[in-house]
Design a protein around this ligand. Structure first.
Ligand SMILES: NC(=O)C[C@H](N)C(=O)O
Length: 327
């Protein structure tokens, strides 16, 4: 380990930056409680703390994600050793995955948050912040893509998801589990990670939508989107990636306009695959021109589609980017 490391800290808001008021409601304050964090690593880790936003994470948009990405690019060119982003947990995984896809960074980039605000009993914010700093300053975290550190576990931005509305152990990686852990003494990785390719971007497109399929779904929502300025659509399809037959005329209208339609599964575990050859089955959807996205959930697939579209990929490039499980 280098003698003294400098970690850029970007506070963006969320429960980790909020407190409980007298009536029990959780509210953002004028002062970020994280600003009173007493750096326990003084002498080893210098913190360069900035507050680019103070937003509850449902207010976070791809434009803010792009602004974070640009700040990190700038800081990396200035020789920063690692980055910690504090963020609301509701959309944390989307920001983390956006950064994972769009940063060439070899330096560690770690995203964290909290489930309990600063003055609630059992508040997890300072602890998660501290372990995120530890991870971002560790040599082992280099070149692993963007990581999410919560509740002493390290997860990849690509596969982590929020699984519980309130529990502090909410961030999980379905099917695979965490890739590492953080304790007082050390940061341990127990998986080797594949370095993903990154996509350079200078703007982000909007009107990329996400729909969840359900039993008895008809064409209406697809037809509505076909009448809008839709740039792309992700569908959380049924099971391995199948749709009710009544949706197909609506789907066809989107595909006729060359609007990319991506299929993932609404299942919590597993991956979408085109294995069924009946009306609405995955094989038929793929034949119609829908793109299967393997291993990502709906929100992540939407971020991937949005990144590919923003990078102005051709239809062919976009299909292989979205379809390729490791790009
Ligand atoms: N735990 C949290 O941070 C949830 C909060 N609503 C947010 O995402 O901003």
């Amino acid at each position: 380990m280098k003698n003294m490391k400098t970690i850029l800290v970007l506070h963006t808001g969320g429960t980790i930056a909020m407190s409980e008021g007298k009536d029990g409601a959780i509210i953002p304050g004028k002062q970020n409680p994280l600003n009173s964090f007493n750096n326990p690593f003084t002498g080893k880790i210098r913190l360069d703390i900035r507050n680019p936003f103070n937003l509850p994470s449902p207010h976070m948009r791809p434009t803010e994600m792009l602004a974070l990405r640009n700040k990190i690019m700038q800081a990396e060119s200035e020789g920063i050793d690692g980055v910690v982003i504090t963020h609301g947990t509701d959309t944390l995984k989307e920001t983390a995955f956006f950064l994972d896809l769009t940063l060439p960074a070899e330096i560690p980039v770690v995203v964290t948050g909290a489930m309990r605000s600063a003055n609630e009993i059992g508040s997890d914010g300072l602890h998660n912040f501290q372990t995120a700093i530890q991870t971002a300053a560790s040599d082992e975290a280099h070149d692993k893509g963007v990581l999410v550190v919560m509740n002493d576990e390290i997860h990849t931005a690509r596969y982590v998801t929020k699984t519980h509305t309130t529990n502090v152990a909410t961030f999980r990686t379905p099917s695979f589990g965490p890739v590492g852990s953080v304790s007082k003494e050390r940061v341990t990785f127990f998986s080797k990670l594949i370095r993903q390719t990154y996509v350079p971007l200078d703007h982000v497109v909007d009107n990329v939508y996400l729909l969840k399929a359900f039993a008895g779904m008809g064409p209406e929502l697809f037809e509505t989107l076909a009448l809008q300025k839709t740039n792309g659509l992700v569908i959380e399809a049924l099971g391995a990636g199948n749709l009710p037959p009544a949706t197909l005329p609506g789907l066809q209208k989107l595909l006729d306009q060359h609007i990319p339609v991506v299929i993932v599964s609404r299942c919590f575990n597993g991956t979408a695959e085109s294995v069924y050859d009946y009306e609405g089955g995955g094989i038929r959807l793929e034949k119609m021109g829908a793109i299967f996205c393997h291993g990502l959930n709906g929100q992540k697939a939407r971020i991937k589609l949005l990144v590919g579209l923003s990078a102005q990929m051709s239809a062919k490039e976009l299909a292989s980017f979205v379809n390729d499980a490791v790009s």
